[in-house]
Design a binder for this molecule. Structure first.
Ligand SMILES: Cc1ncc(C[n+]2csc(CCOP(=O)(O)OP(=O)(O)O)c2C)c(N)n1
Length: 396
């Protein structure tokens, strides 16, 4: 037989002890037993990565995995939206995007079920977050994904949805220990949500970025929250919108960038998202650098009467770059803006509503004005001068 590239990969991984299951008849049982019998079953975690679950449309199956098998779920940034983040066992995202609770629970796992992911740099915090001793079961439609970063103990070549359907067909009641552990995790999450809800509205001198997604939810939600489509950008301040529960997305409610998407893709993407799903509330949370690159699309949004809200987190800098310059040698080169467009004036001149938010107390009325504008099919831009607070993933 011809020695194809992927056979070489499979042979190399077999030498590492990887057990392969290529859709053979008994594989669901093998996987289900691995999940059920895992020695410390309370620490079994499912993890969805790199968008494989979104691509296969396994939303319902993932929810059932959490509900029926009591498995906590974390997503990658690109897999965001595969589970409703208000689910008690939805613990946010992985790697750079971990919250404290997500990270602690993840690192406690004794088995990772990785669905449609390559475990890349951002998703694993540059590969440093790997629960010690945890076995890895990886399901992917593409055999080339196995061992690309982490080598799984069991690799299953299958569509995520088909594989989860097979596993769920075997579901039997979880052990008491497993159910108890799941409810402990859910309680830890509830306490964390309360903590965030308490910290966000506190009075500050300047707008704290972490309070912006939370305030948006408050003004546009809670019922709008079910429909709000979040367009994520590529920057350091907008990272706050990645940290559930600062922002919580519903099922299929997020358009994320890939690891190094072109800045501004979210700004332009919001136009496409609103055209595709006009009935949805659409918000794009962007840095000022990314917004500068694509703000020319405001006229398109106004022309097609697209009621989008842009929250521009203005730190007068390419903050991501500045952060790394600060860490490397403290010299800022071409990362600060001393001349900045007046975003609110640009918005107004482009047929949108434009508002500048300089002080914390101005945020709520500005959001209310944006909501009214959106209801009248007019886009709104909020230029929010933020305190340059480092996102949690950078500090971890
Ligand atoms: C076109 C393009 N150039 C460069 C990058 C690399 N990059 C990622 S984030 C970032 C800075 C983003 O600045 P800003 O939008 O102001 O957000 P901040 O980090 O200040 O919150 C850069 C330069 C990129 N993703 N796309």
């Amino acid at each position: 037989m011809e020695n194809t590239a992927w056979q070489v990969v499979v042979e190399a991984l077999a030498a590492e002890g990887v057990e392969y299951v290529f859709g053979m008849p008994g594989y669901p049982k093998l996987l289900y037993d691995a999940l059920y019998d895992s020695s410390t079953i309370e620490a079994v975690h499912a993890r969805e990565q790199s968008g494989g679950t979104v691509w296969s449309g396994a939303f319902e199956e993932l929810r059932r995995l959490a509900d029926e098998l009591h498995i906590p779920v974390l997503t990658t940034a690109s897999g965001r939206g595969s589970i409703d983040e208000r689910h008690p066992l939805a613990l946010g995202s992985t790697g750079l995007y971990f919250t404290r609770v997500g990270r602690e629970t993840f690192l406690d796992a004794d088995l990772l079920l990785i669905l449609g992911s390559r475990n890349d740099h951002f998703e694993t915090g540059a590969w440093k977050y790997r629960p010690e001793g945890a076995r890895i079961v990886q399901i992917d439609i593409d055999a080339a994904a196995f061992g690309r970063n982490w080598i799984p103990d069991i690799g299953v070549v299958a569509d995520v949805r088909a594989a989860l359907t097979d596993i769920l067909a075997l579901a039997r009641p979880s052990s008491q220990q497993h159910v108890r552990r799941a409810s402990e995790i859910a309680e830890t999450k509830r306490a964390y949500v309360r903590e965030v809800e308490h910290e966000c509205p506190r009075g500050y001198e300047r707008v704290k970025t972490k309070g912006v997604p939370a305030k948006y939810r408050q003004v546009f939600g809670p019922e709008a929250l079910l429909e709000a489509l979040l367009l994520n950008e590529n920057g350091s301040q907008d990272l706050w919108s990645y940290y559930s529960p600062y922002f919580r997305t519903p099922v299929n409610g997020c358009v994320p960038p890939g690891a190094q998407t072109c800045m501004g893709a979210g700004v332009a993407g919001a136009v496409g998202a609103k055209l595709a799903r006009p009935e949805e509330t659409v918000v794009c949370i962007s840095g000022d650098g990314a917004f500068r690159m694509y703000m020319r699309e405001l006229t398109t949004a106004a022309q097609y009467r697209l009621g989008i809200t842009y929250l521009v987190l203005n730190n007068k800098a390419l903050g991501w770059i500045k952060y790394h310059q600060r860490r490397n040698n403290g010299r800022y080169i071409a990362s600060e803006f001393s001349v900045q467009p007046d975003f609110a004036a640009v918005a107004e001149a482009s047929g949108c509503v434009g508002l500048r938010v300089g002080k914390p107390h101005e945020l709520q009325p500005a959001l209310e004005r944006a909501r009214e504008a959106n209801a009248a099919d007019v886009p709104a831009v909020l230029d929010i001068v933020v305190d340059d607070e480092t996102a949690p993933g950078f500090n971890a």
